[in-house]
Design a protein around this ligand. Structure first.
Ligand code: SF4
Length: 346
């Protein structure tokens, strides 16, 4: 059943009245109703990443989740148009899996510091230095980088992907901290480039993970000191960190996992208070669903790319068919192999 403006206003008031004024909620409900009407007219599906702002997250998406879950939904849809309310590499992954669909991302400024940290040429140079070593690429990369690699991974399955590979050595790109966290979990020794794509020669050490120096500009900001300060004033808090955080931050946390794993942890553990070390909007969205849980979050730390996408941008995406994702077919096919191998691992 399609919700009208009054029903959307009621839903938003119920979930978000502590985050927006009544006047704001009325405007957002009106815009959401227009988007939903347009979505039906265009035979479109809207996917909303967990980091989307609450008024969008709780109204227009047909599906919400992390980038991999949403790409799986994109691959299964029978709609003509996919509007991916997330950043560009996510919409690209949807296009890799669903080449026959029109895939739109509502802003042409929704990049990612991790995805832009490495190029396909960088990957070719690294492979030339370590011939025969399998290459794992985090899903937070662009299609041409995925096309150079053997298999993709997400923060939720990175350990399983690394452990699925033959031999001890692996090239793991581009997130330095995720690589560090997986190296610790799998007992591997990691090296990082000293300059450009040049790696140090390490004598007498069995190098098992070759990393890169990409970082998420959001998760990079959390520190062990932040955790200590919050624990000092809230001794009963459970600290949940994303594996894109520094290894020392992950070690100082009670739990680390992908956005979906963090949400599941909160649903499965009925504790009163959590500190979420990830994009602040996710805490807002979880709090809206679980008003009895206190979500401590550091909202001075926001993702400027995710924040590009608001309700109005989503409306414009549908209205004006913007911004369409295109990938050259040879690159898409090679990137597909990398994503598909990961999907087969689960
Ligand atoms: S939160 Fe970090 S990894 Fe996610 S889109 Fe923003 S910069 Fe990229």
């Amino acid at each position: 059943m399609t919700m009208n403006t009054d029903q959307l206003f009621e839903k938003l008031s119920h979930k978000l009245s502590d985050q927006y004024s009544e006047a704001e909620l009325i405007l957002k409900a009106e815009m959401a109703a227009e988007i939903i009407a347009l979505k039906e007219e265009k035979n479109a599906v809207i996917l909303g990443h967990n980091y989307m702002e609450p008024a969008l997250f709780h109204t227009v998406p047909d599906f919400t989740g992390d980038s991999l879950e949403l790409s799986r939904k994109a691959a299964q849809t029978d709609k003509d148009v996919i509007v991916f309310c997330g950043v560009e590499f996510m919409a690209e992954t949807a296009k890799i899996l669903s080449p026959e669909k029109t895939v739109l991302v509502p802003s042409n400024k929704a990049g990612c510091s991790l995805a832009s940290s490495i190029t396909a040429e960088d990957v070719r140079k690294i492979k030339a230095q370590f011939p025969g070593v399998p290459v794992v690429t985090y899903i937070n990369t662009y299609a041409d980088v995925k096309a150079e690699t053997d298999i993709c991974c997400t923060s939720g399955n990175a350990k399983a992907v690394v452990e699925s590979l033959p031999g001890d050595a692996v090239i793991f790109l581009p997130d330095e901290y995720l690589a560090g966290n997986i190296a610790r979990e799998t007992g591997k020794h990691i090296i990082l480039p000293t300059k450009g794509t040049t790696y140090p020669k390490v004598e007498g050490v069995d190098v098992q993970m070759i990393g890169w120096n990409g970082r998420c500009e959001v998760h990079d900001q959390f520190t062990v000191e932040d955790i200590e300060n919050v624990r000092a004033s809230h001794p009963d808090v459970k600290v949940l960190s994303h594996p894109e955080c520094k290894p020392a931050v992950v070690e100082a946390s009670d739990f680390s996992g992908s956005t979906t794993e963090m949400i599941r942890y909160i649903q499965d553990n009925e504790l009163p208070k959590y500190l979420l070390l990830t994009e602040c909007a996710m805490g807002d969205n979880i709090h809206a669903e679980n008003p009895n849980r206190e979500m401590l979050r550091m909202c001075s730390v926001r993702c400027p790319h995710m924040n590009q996408i608001q309700l109005k941008d989503t409306y414009d995406a549908l209205k004006y068919n913007q911004y369409e994702i295109t990938i050259p077919e040879d690159i898409r096919q090679r990137a597909f192999q990398s994503v598909d191998r990961m999907l087969k691992i689960g």
